[in-house]
Design a protein around this ligand. Structure first.
Ligand code: ARG
Length: 272
């Protein structure tokens, strides 16, 4: 295969240190409150991810973690930001509802003016993934599909709804990853047949994840156009990405997987 020449585009990211990380409730199949967590290890692994972003030339902002909100480390869920416009998150589960206003206030305090407190439940970039000038939007477990029309109206960009069916992949960013403005990788089995057909139609050359790589959370990846940061256990995807001219970087952030999150979940992109 002829390799494309890839370019990394510097990004502005928002992260939240897992100072209060723990698994005290279960709202997805990965979360087992009876299993012990190691908070210091979580912080160390998260710190490595943050430093990796900085070393690649990205800018990382941090939001202050709040005691009693153990999932706040998953910044991707805090909002969706496109063209400097911020659509706030409204969480499905009571355990996480306080995160919505906490993240929205960060944006207001940091000078963002076009900010929407949404009418419908949506879990930010967990379920909204911009690709080029379109937005892919998940529903089925968390985000209410009525939110998709709300997002389309607010951002003025076409929103393509996709339905998730596998509880292990309860957010779109656990089943699909955006690599460039035109390229994605995804796990077909996480979607309804109709949504799989839509993805084949829009992205005929997409990288497809194996059961093993999907289960290793390999699709919970961050790409800057060249460097793709993903869980190191996703060996098949790492090989495939390399063949397509990307620079895959395996990351060990396994402690956070106990809550059902990984690289991308910890990362909210602030698109100017
Ligand atoms: N425990 C969190 C939840 O179930 C994990 C969120 C992971 N975030 C993500 N963007 N997929 O809500």
């Amino acid at each position: 295969m002829v390799q494309k020449v890839r370019t990394a585009y510097p990004r502005q990211l928002l992260m939240c240190r897992p100072s209060y990380f723990d698994v005290t409730y279960s709202i997805n199949p990965w979360m087992r409150p009876e299993k012990p967590t190691d908070n210091e290890l979580a912080v160390r692994q998260w710190e490595q991810l943050r430093k990796l972003y900085l070393s690649l030339g990205h800018k990382v902002e941090v939001i202050e973690p709040i005691p009693g909100l153990p999932d706040m480390v998953f910044a991707a869920n805090g909002a969706t930001v496109v063209d400097g416009k911020v659509m706030g998150a409204r969480f499905r589960h009571m355990e996480r509802t306080a995160e919505g206003p906490a993240y929205l206030n960060w944006f207001i305090d940091n000078g963002y003016e076009d900010v929407l407190w949404p009418e419908f439940i949506n879990e930010g970039e967990g379920d909204y993934l911009p690709v080029g000038r379109h937005i892919l939007a998940g529903s089925g477990f968390r985000t209410d599909s009525r939110s998709h029309a709300e997002a389309q109206e607010f951002f003025g960009l076409p929103v393509v709804g996709l339905t998730l069916v596998n509880p292990n992949h309860y957010h779109l960013d656990t089943a699909l990853s955006v690599l460039t403005d035109t390229e994605i990788m995804y796990y077909p089995d996480a979607f309804t047949p109709g949504s799989q057909a839509v993805l084949r139609e829009l992205f005929p050359d997409a990288i497809l994840a194996s059961d093993h790589d999907a289960a290793a959370f390999g699709l919970n990846a961050f790409s800057d156009g060249l460097n793709v940061l993903l869980p190191e256990a996703a060996s098949g995807l790492i090989k495939e990405l390399r063949e397509r001219g990307f620079n895959p970087i395996g990351v060990d952030i396994a402690e956070l997987l106990k809550a059902g999150g990984s690289v991308k979940c910890c990362t909210l992109e602030l698109r100017a």
